[in-house]
Ligand binder design. Sequence first.
Ligand code: ADP
Length: 651
Amino acid sequence: MAESRPLRKVLIANRGEIARRVLRTCHRMGLSTVAVYSDADEHAPFVREADEAVRLGPAPAAQSYLNVDAILDAIERTGADAVHPGYGFLSENAAFAKRLEERGVIFVGPTAATIAAMGLKREAKETAERAGLPVVPGFDGRDDGFEAAAGAIGYPVLIKASAGGGGKGMRVAAAPAKLRDAIEAAKREAMKAFGDDALILEKYLQAPRHVEVQILGDGAGRVVHFGERDCSVQRRHQKIIEEAPAPNLSEGMRRGLHDAAVRLGEALQYRSAGTVEFIVEGEHFYFLEVNTRLQVEHPVTEAIYGVDLVEWQLRVAAGESLPEAFSPPSGHAIEARLYAEDSAFLPQTGEVQRFAFSEGLRVDSGVEEGNVVGVHYDPMLAKVIAYGADRHDALRQLRGGLERGVVLGLHTNRAQLVDLLDLEGFRTAALHTGLVADLTPRTFKHTARAAALALLHAERMAAPRGLPLGFSNHRRALPPEFFTLGDARLRVVMEAGRTAATLCVSNDVEGEANSTDASVFQLRALRWSDVSIAVDEDGHRYEAALARTPTHVHVHVLGEDHRFELTPRFREQSSAEPGAALSPMPGTVVQVRVSVGDEVAAGATLVVLEAMKMEQAIVAEAAGRVTAVHVVEGEAVEGGVLVAVVEPAEG
Ligand code: ADP
């Protein structure tokens, strides 16, 4: 058994959700914490939540989270005696672990030697094979025998970067003619991403499952497992939904996987938490690789085993031995990764304006409202984890939590995660790595309703406090508002009645409403705040969450997210429509001098606006008849708003 070493202050060499997650356990255990951060993360919650925080450098990872010298300086400055690397960044960097070892600083993970041994897929596969684990039929790429090997194994084949990770440097070759291109492309990508272009070749299994086993070792030869996780739901060879235990596995297969993982862990004298990854096809399983660190999806294992894996990483790092036995698992847990990405799985950036999930789920998030998701790091916003008595129970909770969850301000995969959980293949646990291809583009049901709510909300927020909807005896027609949605433009017209508003949403075609496709909503605002509005729609009550920027309005309603670009009021229309009188700047209407039907002379004052403590007259450009008045006395208006229309006199 390793001797026990004092562990008092832990530096977390990572960011985002995993930094926060490690902090939580450290604090619960009574350990002091140090965060390190880049300039981009200055306002991130993990920086504030740590006892101390040290700036590493500018945003690019090479200058901050991968900057070993800066991290060593931070250790020196704060007197941290241990480093938790999280996942990604330096977590599987043997040179970093070695430098810590040399300084007598505890690396919360395996030894540098283990990391190095498992860091390259080629060597890891060889080690696994020696330990008696089945590996995918393949070729080690040590000489240029790719063609012959592929021919012998049979197409399709998969080319992988030996140093690879995160799905990078992987290429499928479906036929001999495609092999050279796949090799060249994988080589280039591997060189760029890992500085090492060694490749291996494997038989490409058509629809395998990804199943992995969580292990924990004491570094002295004892290794235990915490069951398996299924992580088959992937896009771009990267996981998005994971669960534990893996459903639909025979007990024989399950035991075989556990035994194989422990056997390899023992052969490595594994220390700390690690994951042995396999692919499963039919009744066969094959070793893929070992991740020598905490895995993103570790919470599903924690949920069913009632164990804190970070706590055990820290205990083992401090030289504690493992207990005789851990409690057996119970129940089922599913995790969904919430990303800032579009429906084509491309990373998105933006400001998180609203972030709210209901209680009862574990939400490990790295962001809070006001944080900006930039281009420098992985765009994962949070992990949402549900735990239930069985798979059905966990699935229902996760689906509901994601459906009700509000993330506004940037494109996310929130709704797509719901669609994934709804796939027949997922519900029936017919899992395989190609499941994502079954997704069909989402059809939105509430686009018009969301636009109507956006306008009603704006109107309610702008109305003087307590002013009822229809505060005059006349029904008040507000000027139409335009929302741009991709190529389409929506025109929303609101007429405020005594208690309810009628909102008519139609497609706008060259400044004209297309009345054949209009949707009409009768809405009564029940309650509202700057980020929400609860309405009654003909006796149907529901609530929407909103976020507004100068250019966009985001609406979450009935499980859907809508993001409209605001079209400056009437700019286009005003030039098109003769006789349009606009407010020159934001202000308050102090007087309305005309009514519909009045004949006015050129230069006649239509409306008096108070702006910047001065009164401004809005006048008729030409003589004519007033055909519309869009403001009332006391109303606050933005600049460029149509206040009245004077139809020019004939001739
Ligand atoms: P990385 O280290 O880049 O994450 P892995 O070797 O762990 O790469 O593989 C990632 C994913 O790619 C797996 O979960 C699986 O979906 C797919 N994959 C890997 N090897 C094969 C294979 N031989 N056949 C089919 N799919 C594979």
